[in-house]
Design a protein around this ligand. Structure first.
Ligand SMILES: NC(=O)C1=CN([C@@H]2O[C@H](COP(=O)(O)OP(=O)(O)OC[C@H]3O[C@@H](n4cnc5c(N)ncnc54)[C@H](O)[C@@H]3O)[C@@H](O)[C@H]2O)C=CC1
Ligand SMILES: O=C(O)[C@H]1O[C@H](OP(=O)(O)OP(=O)(O)OC[C@H]2O[C@@H](n3ccc(=O)[nH]c3=O)[C@H](O)[C@@H]2O)[C@H](O)[C@@H](O)[C@@H]1O
Length: 464
């Protein structure tokens, strides 16, 4: 079966870049990305391709090539569903904030709405692809909704989780470690559906990197991959605290350990704690699923990854207070970085939000500089926590466009994101403009200790 029309519901960090690459690589397939968010769709359609709503290196060029040719962005969801032979669901699946499973389970209301809309609109057979990260066995619920509409349409459900990381999305999509496709491989129609999606990817992904499994393995593999990745960060962060007590250096330990080919060198960078929209959400979801099957030891095991991460954020903040003679009340602390990692403007679950909140509770004054994050986003992140009034957040936190302004007359500087530009700042100038003793806290192991101490800083770095 040859796919001619693809529809993707959800034009976010995953739907947008993924479909742009599919459209670029498969010029004979029409790809329409739809969303209920009109502003977002308008931004994807902006005449100036640099204004597309997601910043990812290399993305605007791909969009420029395919948009209007075989890549379209639209709010007409019904018509795109109607035309499509394959529909990707790429909507958000946040942690539930209400009801049963509050704070743990994935909120599947957006997924269900998509399924109901597909069921209502479809007149011809469809392959429905789960692109969002979902709890294992969600495909069963989707199939139930789709098959019970009684309009004679045949649906095949596939799971095709996405493994891209923000900041490197385009490279990750163009040359993925693997593409995972789960389907009903025991039936003829199921096999055909899997093959149809395999044929889309083989336009640019080598066959040996395309892995097919049953649906449940595919759904669970995505949660597992994120849990393992986050676990590595929590593992090295746990060691960072021990390093600080013993005179070992976490970078040296990571290097020594990572050279063991069974362990490998990646994802062993100690930090102030992992952030991003997915690690915490997906592990909480895994913990919830394990508990719902009565697997309490499994749940506790994975929950520890989150507990360690929360501890790392808290202890970084607590160390600032302790080092500044046990009080930061009324003291100015400069933050370099607010994004959850470099090369993205995404701040979801960024460690900086929680470090700031802790210090604000201790009555600090915070001045923030980040090269890509907008002021309104920073205030929105703090307001969302509900720790104090919006007025108070604006009174005690300021956002500046220049790192030197942030450092002026500060008691301390804290590096929260590993932006490359922070390495090459004029640290001598920063030092001179600060109050003395001038404290510098490196939450990313970005800066060289010796040169900073030679300048005169009281220097603290995670894990050394
Ligand atoms: N952000 C990332 O780097 C990655 C995310 N994922 C997963 O992909 C999924 C999507 O994540 P993001 O793209 O980051 O989310 P996002 O929040 O950036 O985008 C989701 C979009 O879906 C739209 N939407 C929600 N309900 C809709 C409906 N009923 N009809 C039409 N549009 C609807 C929203 O308006 C929003 O624009 C999540 O399950 C996430 O866990 C997976 C891999 C990487
Ligand atoms: O499902 C998802 O959303 C995605 O989640 C992560 O991607 P992402 O969160 O975009 O970025 P990462 O590079 O994984 O970084 C996550 C956090 O961990 C931190 N980190 C990462 C690596 C490391 O060694 N140390 C460390 O502290 C980063 O600074 C960042 O805060 C995974 O890497 C992707 O494979 C996955 O598709």
């Amino acid at each position: 079966m040859k796919i001619k029309n693809i529809c993707c519901i959800g034009a976010g960090y995953v739907g947008g870049p993924t479909m742009a690459v599919i459209a670029q690589k498969c010029p004979e397939i029409n790809v329409t990305v739809v969303d209920i968010n009109e502003k977002r769709i308008a931004a994807w359609n902006d005449k100036d391709v640099e204004n597309i709503p997601i910043y990812e290196p290399g993305l605007s060029k791909i969009v420029a090539e395919a948009r209007g040719r075989n890549l379209f962005f639209s709010t007409d969801i019904d018509s795109a569903i109607d035309k499509a032979d394959m529909i990707f669901i790429s909507v958000n699946t946040p942690t539930k904030t209400y009801g049963i499973g509050k704070g743990m389970a994935a909120d599947l209301k957006y997924i269900e709405l998509c399924a109901r809309q597909i069921a209502r609109v479809s007149k011809s057979d469809k392959i429905v692809v789960e692109k969002s990260t979902l709890p294992v066995r969600t495909a069963e619920a989707l199939k139930n909704i789709l098959d019970n509409t009684g309009n004679g349409v045949n649906y095949q459900i596939l799971s095709n989780p996405e493994f891209l990381a923000e900041g490197t999305a385009v490279d990750d999509l163009l040359s993925p470690d693997r593409v995972l496709i789960g389907g009903d491989i025991d039936t003829k129609k199921g096999k055909e559906a899997v093959q149809a999606l395999v044929d889309v990817y083989t336009h640019w992904v080598p066959n040996e990197r395309i892995l097919t499994t049953n649906v449940w393995s595919s759904e669970l593999s995505k949660l597992t991959a994120n849990a393992f990745l986050a676990q590595r960060v929590s593992s090295i962060n746990a060691m960072s605290e021990l390093c600080e007590k013993t005179g070992a250096d976490v970078n040296e330990v990571a290097r020594a350990v990572g050279m063991d080919s069974r362990i490998g060198p990646k994802f062993l960078k100690s930090s102030v704690g992992f952030g991003g929209s997915c690690f915490q959400k997906d592990i909480l979801n895994l913990v919830y699923i394990a508990k719902s099957f009565g697997l309490y030891e499994v749940a506790d095991y994975w929950e520890q990854v989150i507990i360690m991460n929360d501890h790392q954020k808290r202890r970084f903040a607590a160390n600032i207070v302790k080092t500044l003679f046990n009080t930061v009340s009324g003291k100015k602390i400069a933050f370099l970085g607010w994004a959850f990692k470099k090369d993205t403007n995404d701040t979801r679950e960024s460690a900086s939000i929680y470090v700031a909140d802790y210090l604000l509770n201790e009555q600090a004054e915070i001045v923030i500089y980040d090269p890509k994050v907008k002021e309104e986003q920073i205030y929105a992140d703090l307001d969302y926590l509900n720790s104090r009034t919006e007025e108070e957040n604006r009174k005690r936190v300021s956002v500046v466009k220049d790192p030197y302004e942030a450092g002026k007359e500060a008691h301390a500087i804290a590096v929260l994101t590993e932006w490359d530009e922070f390495r090459t700042l004029d640290w001598k100038k920063l030092y001179e403009d600060m109050l003395k003793p001038a404290f510098l806290f490196d939450g990313r192991r970005l800066l060289d200790r010796k040169t900073k101490e030679d300048i005169g800083f009281d220097f603290y770095a995670i894990g050394s």
